[in-house]
Design a binder for this molecule. Structure first.
Ligand SMILES: Nc1ncnc2c1ncn2[C@@H]1O[C@H](COP(=O)(O)OP(=O)(O)OP(=O)(O)O)[C@@H](O)[C@H]1O
Length: 553
């Protein structure tokens, strides 16, 4: 019988020690872990009202940080000065104390638990120090009935072990908290750097998605790593590439941008690599290519996914050897160029489909940055909309505002054309604002409707002059691809490239609904057509063409 009782007692100890040790793994939730241990010693060993007292940070007072079986009021009452009561003594001396019968001990204050709420029979109190690296960091205390078969000493041994586990939980938790704090601070710093970097280069947005892209860009800016900017059209790939250039130590060098999809294949090779005089019919002079022109600077290759397979091999050589060879020459020329590429296509898919070289993909995919579509930039639409409204107001000398409905609509619209579409629609809305003052959601809806009513076709028959209007330094003509509908706007993009202006332009059908816009711009420009054209981001030629075509003059 005595043997059986011993077995049961040992089994309880085993369960308590095993489970208490397991709680160390839950050190990230100290409350749960420690209270679980206190409940275990109560249930399995009759060590009741367990509490862990820790020192307040600011004063030498012990407070009950964790407890099992105590009421809120008791917990609040359970506070001791350093040398006060038995608990204070344990703290100060760093030694355990056993009070076999609390009724006979005058130092026992009965502060936490009122004597009347404890059993009438003799009650014992055991308190052990919680030690860390030789220092007492707290006290573990319990009550138990004095008269039980288990010796008080035995409980003391177990409690000392439990105090070690609790010490472990507290110290692992402190370490985790410190690490979390460091990570939080680092994150904050990165966020601040990213934010200031972004706004410094005109990149608006504070959504987590943009912050992520900005902090990645901040890390890549000053190393000459090849960056791959991925994202739908109009998400700011070119804007980011300019930021990468301006934030790098190449900022005083040239920034050369080229859209691989917009230049006819027969011209692209010489455009990129240059040519020697006589290399082909019409090559009357030796001409350096864009890669050479970007020497000591940055080359931005947009729509890299559309690069011809043969040119992909040539580009790979540039990345590997850092040399280029002009068309019609076999002499390699060394170049020091940082290359940034962008694609709205998934290059991995292009590789799988056999349209993109795997070796080039590996070379380009060293540092990918994903630019999120506008619909995933929580909160950014409002910021961007206000930014573009201010810009347009300044540009057109207007003082237009959004009404509430307009902002609400802008925030819920899906924006297939992303930031470019938002920018263009706001510019148009400023010119068409009701009474020249207010942009309403009705107006925005109308503009979007009109915009999507524009039909594109790839045939140049509709407006030959618009299609051939593109030139780069007056030397190469640029083929315009049929564009998706949302890119048809009144704002062809002007990109300043290394001192020269190159116009990247979409063409669009002349539509009746433009009459108003053309006339309003003319009115604001006080009859000056060139000025009106500029307001609409058109060339005077384009403006006149549309003006006449619509029978306005
Ligand atoms: N975060 C931003 N803050 C302010 N303006 C932006 C931001 N991102 C983009 N823009 C503006 O939106 C327009 C489109 O941006 P950009 O040309 O960089 O996009 P993209 O992804 O390169 O487009 P595409 O793939 O069609 O060439 C530009 O007028 C640009 O200035």
């Amino acid at each position: 019988m005595a043997l059986e009782a011993l077995d049961i007692a040992e089994h309880s100890e085993y369960v308590v020690i095993k489970e208490a040790a397991e709680q160390i793994e839950r050190a990230n939730e100290p409350e749960q872990a420690i209270v679980r241990i206190l409940s275990l010693i109560s249930r399995q060993m009759g060590l009741n009202r367990g509490r862990v007292l820790l020192r307040e940070k600011s004063e030498p007072i012990l407070y009950t940080a964790y407890a099992f079986g105590l009421t809120e009021v008791e917990i609040a009452r359970s506070r001791f000065a350093d040398n006060e009561g038995i608990t204070g003594k344990v703290m100060r001396m760093g030694m355990p104390i056993i009070i076999p019968n609390i009724d006979l001990e005058e130092d026992y204050l009965c502060r936490t638990v009122d004597r009347s709420t404890l059993p009438q029979e003799p009650v014992a109190f055991i308190a052990v120090p919680i030690l860390r690296k030789g220092r007492t960091i707290g006290v573990l205390a319990v009550n138990r009935l004095k008269n039980r078969s288990r010796a008080l000493d035995k409980d003391l041994s177990i409690l000392k072990l439990i105090a070690i586990f609790i010490s472990e939980i507290l110290s692992v938790n402190a370490m985790l908290e410190k690490q979390t704090q460091v990570l939080k601070e680092e994150n904050e710093q990165l966020r601040a750097v990213a934010l200031s970097q972004g706004s410094q280069y005109g990149i608006i947005g504070e959504s987590p998605a943009v912050m992520g892209a900005l902090s990645k860009a901040a890390r890549a800016a000053n190393v000459s790593v090849t960056v791959l900017l991925k994202g739908e059209s109009g998400t700011g790939k070119e804007k980011f590439s300019r930021m990468l250039h301006m934030a790098s130590n190449r900022q005083d060098g040239p920034f050369i941008a080229i859209n691989c999809a917009a230049i006819p294949l027969e011209l692209l090779e010489s455009e990129l690599f240059g040519h020697e005089k006589g290399a082909f019919t019409g090559a009357t002079q030796t001409k350096p290519g864009k890669i050479e022109m970007a020497h000591h600077g940055t080359l931005f290759l947009d729509e890299i996914g559309d690069l011809d397979f043969g040119l992909q091999a040539k580009l790979l050589r540039v990345l590997e050897d850092r040399t280029i060879t002009r068309v019609g020459s076999n002499k390699p020329i060394p170049v020091d160029v940082r290359i940034i590429v962008a694609s709205h296509k998934n290059l991995q898919t292009s590789v799988n489909e056999g349209n993109f070289r795997l070796d080039l993909f590996y070379r380009l995919n060293v540092f990918p940055i994903e630019l999120p579509p506008l619909r995933e930039r929580d909160g950014d639409i409002r910021l961007l909309a206000r930014h573009f409204l201010n810009q347009a107001n300044q540009e057109y000398h207007t003082n237009v505002i959004f009404d509430r409905g307009a902002i609400a609509f802008l925030e819920t619209y899906e924006w297939p054309g992303n930031i470019r579409q938002l920018e263009n629609i706001i510019k148009r809305a400023v010119l068409l604002a009701e009474d020249g003052q207010m942009i309403t959601d009705r107006l925005i809806r109308r503009i979007i409707r009109e915009e999507s009513g524009i039909v594109f076709n790839g045939e140049a028959t509709e407006q030959p002059e618009e299609v051939k209007a593109i030139s780069v330094n007056d030397e190469i003509s640029t083929r315009m691809e049929p564009q998706p509908q949302y890119e048809a706007t009144f704002a062809p993009q002007v990109m300043s490239r290394n001192g020269s202006d190159e116009i990247k332009r979409n063409y669009w059908k002349v539509s009746e609904s433009e009459k108003d816009i053309l006339l309003q711009a003319l009115e604001r420009a006080h009859g000056n057509k060139s000025h009106a054209a500029r307001m609409l981001n058109m060339t005077p030629r384009q403006y006149n063409y549309r003006f006449k075509k619509l029978g306005l003059g």
